[in-house]
Write a protein that binds this ligand. Sequence first.
Ligand SMILES: Nc1ncnc2c1ncn2[C@@H]1O[C@H](COP(=O)(O)OP(=O)(O)OP(=O)(O)O)[C@@H](O)[C@H]1O
Ligand SMILES: [Mg+2]
Length: 216
Amino acid sequence: MSCSITLRDLSLARNGEVLFENVTLSVGHKDKIAVMGHNGAGKTTLLKSIVGLCRVRSGTVEIFHHKLVTEEDFRKARGHIGFVFQDSDDQIIAPTVIEEVAFGLLNSRMKPAEAEAQAEAMLNELGISHLRDRITLHLSGGEKKLVTLASVLVMKPDILLLDEPSAGLDEKSVNQLASILASIDKSMLIVSHDFEFVNKMGAQIMYLTREGLVRG
Ligand SMILES: Nc1ncnc2c1ncn2[C@@H]1O[C@H](COP(=O)(O)OP(=O)(O)OP(=O)(O)O)[C@@H](O)[C@H]1O
Ligand SMILES: [Mg+2]
């Protein structure tokens, strides 16, 4: 099977205590896998381990069958991965919404007019065109979440890591997001507490326990 993400026997300890161990998972090409589990189980830590933001104690991470070992390996892999953080404030950097969503495109040297057009199209797809010129600092929690989703999705990454993408969204936005994610043919690992949402987006459910990932 062609795999986008392969985790082999990952274990991670904090302050000398094991957070999780024996985490083994293959996210196949275009698979959608949801990771659920209690607060503090290590779900966010697990996502961060995949992109090298948290270092595991043992085990390996492979992206497209390349084992990531050095900081340079992780840096290159991050070029293929879109990551929506649990806390939007960790992610938003631009002063206005349109600048935020166009930021990555401009950074990848797209012409400004084209970047703006693609950012506008993304805002439209997520139903948040009305936020275009708003100051990002003044957005509500749910609005911020939708803006970070737009800024990640607009880059069309090969792999999506989404940490509680539906948290704080109203019912209409949750449904809209579930159908958008269901229609995106990409490999995704989604952390969520929202059973209905992950079902709606057609994800296979796994639970993170101290002893590893268990099928839902
Ligand atoms: N930078 C850090 N330094 C020390 N401990 C941390 C750090 N980040 C997280 N932790 C701890 O590690 C554990 C796992 O945290 P993590 O954020 O991965 O949990 P989670 O499963 O995502 O929880 P939630 O569902 O609440 O988001 C928690 O006990 C948390 O307090
Ligand atoms: Mg978390």
